[in-house]
Design a protein around this ligand. Structure first.
Ligand code: F6R
Length: 363
């Protein structure tokens, strides 16, 4: 049932190109996006505010969703952890769209948050992987991700397909709002459709990431830093690592480190620094130099052809060149594999980490 892989997690990491295609291709036709939901373009155009509500990894997909939607459709988006959202008396209106993201479709807090949004008359759109699950049944609209069953407790392919749906939604909303031109949308859709090929080529580097994991697997603490979309990905990379390897890890917005956390950076502390966002790269490099000066062992994740980074990077993971907007889909792969190999080398139960359940039905 593991298809020749030693763990479900590894199998699911390698299933990402096909999970992505299965989720994205049926929604693309002749350069157009058909989400297959009953919301009309007019309705999509009229949402004044978007809330994205989810837990854990699904919430991290929501953070990427916020960047994409705000950038391409210019609609304000807030992202909330479901267990916080439901108890803070959120400001919800009938003109709001509430996007609920959940792999299992059964997470108790996420389901309760959705019910609350419905009660306030907002339109609820669920992005769910398990067909017929509670969230899928109760939402006003459903966008299924087609990752297939995810068995490993640590979510991998479900996250990637959640991201893929965030791209489709952002493109669609941008088109309906008129903030994204048809020509630009066609180019973006074309790039999105080409992602599986890039994923496949990154997966071909698994052994390289294993060698890097060997170098870092004895660490007690690690820090993931990034700016913009890289910060969103840092949060997911850090969660993946800590949940299966039990190494304490934190994700920080690179510019925020100096406001406290940098006091934890001492000789040999690994810092995984993502730098795929060209616009922020220079600022990122100066943050990396700050941690380097305090003794950090820097694993630098950038694009191929970055040039000389020997001054501040101790190890490098190079991703294929890409439009910065799509970098999250690429950088997640080495981070998942890094977490997997670190956990494996430490002898952890990769598919069933302690204290965790696949579906969290308690509040
Ligand atoms: C992390 C992980 C969890 C889930 C979270 C939400 O790898 O799996 O953080 O993402 O419990 O679960 P769903 O998506 O089923 O609502």
């Amino acid at each position: 049932e593991k298809g020749g892989y030693p763990h479900f997690m590894l199998k699911e990491i390698f299933e990402q190109p096909s999970a992505f295609s299965n989720t994205v291709s049926p929604r693309l036709r002749d350069g157009k996006i058909d989400l297959g939901i009953e919301l009309t373009d007019e309705q999509l155009k009229n949402f004044k505010q978007i809330h994205i509500v989810a837990c854990g990894t699904a919430m991290h997909a929501g953070i990427v969703g916020r960047y994409l939607i705000e950038k391409l459709a210019r609609i304000p988006v807030n992202v909330d952890v479901a267990s916080e959202f439901r108890y803070r008396d959120p400001i919800l209106n009938k003109e709001d769209l509430v996007i609920i993201i959940s792999q299992s479709g059964e997470t108790a807090d996420t389901l309760a948050a959705m019910r609350l949004a419905k009660k306030h008359g907002a339109h609820t759109l669920a992005v769910v992987n398990v067909v017929g699950s509670s969230i899928a049944r109760e939402a006003d609209s459903v966008l299924y991700t087609w990752a297939g069953p995810e068995i490993a407790v640590a979510s991998t392919k479900a996250y990637t397909v959640q991201l893929s749906v965030m791209y489709l939604l952002a493109f669609k909303l941008g088109l309906c709002k008129g903030t994204l031109s048809q020509a630009d949308a066609v180019a973006l859709i074309d790039e999105l459709a080409g992602i599986p090929v890039q994923l496949q080529s990154i997966l071909g580097h698994a052994e390289e990431y294993k060698a890097i994991a060997e170098k870092y697997c004895h660490a007690e603490d690690m820090f993931f830093i990034g700016r913009g979309l890289d910060y969103a990905l840092s949060q997911e990379g850090s969660l993946k690592l800590k949940e299966i390897s039990y190494i304490h890890s934190e994700a920080y917005a690179a510019g925020e480190l100096k406001h406290g956390t940098i006091s934890l950076i001492t000789d040999g502390v690994p810092v995984i620094a993502l730098a795929t966002q060209q616009r922020l790269c220079e600022k990122m490099v100066s943050n990396i130099k700050e941690v380097k000066a305090r003794g950090a062992d820097v694993l630098f994740i950038c694009y191929e052809g970055y040039g000389d980074c020997s001054e501040f990077a101790d190890s490098v993971i190079a991703l294929p060149q890409s439009n910065d907007l799509f970098a999250p889909l690429l950088s997640i792969i080495p981070m998942q594999l890094f977490a997997y190999y670190v956990a494996l080398l430490k002898g952890c139960d990769v598919d069933k980490p302690r204290n965790l359940a696949k579906s969290v039905t308690v509040e």
